[in-house]
Design a protein. Sequence first.
Length: 319
Amino acid sequence: MRHFVQVFFILLLVFFISPTNGMADDWSSQIVEHDVDPGDTDSGIVKSDARNVAGYMKNIGENGRLFVFFGGAQSFRQTPNIPFIADALEHHYRVMMIDYVYNPPGTLLCDQSNDPCFFDYRKAKIFGGAPMKGLNVSTPEGLVARTASMLRYLHRKWPAEHWDQYLDHGQPRWANIAVSGFSQGAGLAAFFAKTTTVARVILLSSPWDHYQNTNSVASWLSSPSATPADRWWGMYSAREANAPWMQKTYAALGISPDHIRLVTDAAQCKPGSGLYLPNHWAVAELGCTPRTTNGSFMEKPLWDLMLGDGRGRDEDSAP
């Protein structure tokens, strides 16, 4: 499995980073990566969809900020958000992709319900230990605990790589960590950034938490935020079905209009088996993200602005 993940990161960079950036032809020599079964990080984690992956470019040194990506919909497992993840690596971040159990989605449990259903749903998946009807996540299996367990595991296994720089008394130093996600994962990143101060939060095509009964967005979206407003960034496609709702939810989150990136290009992929939301996935997914005639990703300038400098040298991401 480790070989698979090494190939994953190599392909990621082959697809995304051109030799004109000074990269050597031997891609594998430029990357450090670790593929970890979530259950190996904590015996209390018994349910997962895939694995955790941590990686970084050797040439960034040890000053890169940590970029924690909460995996999104199940399509992410099949066609990972390679272009966006590669951009984060190029921007001097260390990247840690944290797996979790996707099902059931919040739309299934809450669309026909009322407040505080989406609040309870997000809280359970982030922190665990707060069961609700249709969802029971143990504390070790909440995303916060999964992230902490992964960091501690990385430090134990590879102490020379200094993953402990992102820990404080065994817990993540969230104020120096950027969080992100696609689809469901973006909604979870948003909820977490509301409750905890992070260095940066980048939302890819979510959340769109709303109730059909009242035709209104979830109230948690407009609650006070522990993360300052200038650290929030969001992106979605103008062509996806939930775009009108995301216009409302991003406004409710308090994201400044100049921190919202709107994708207007059509998806490169077409609807097919297992691929029913092409414009949703066009935001950051390899098979659907639009490309120019020379093969470069059309959304890269938007990703660049949202990511900023992973060394924390840009004003927007400064803690």
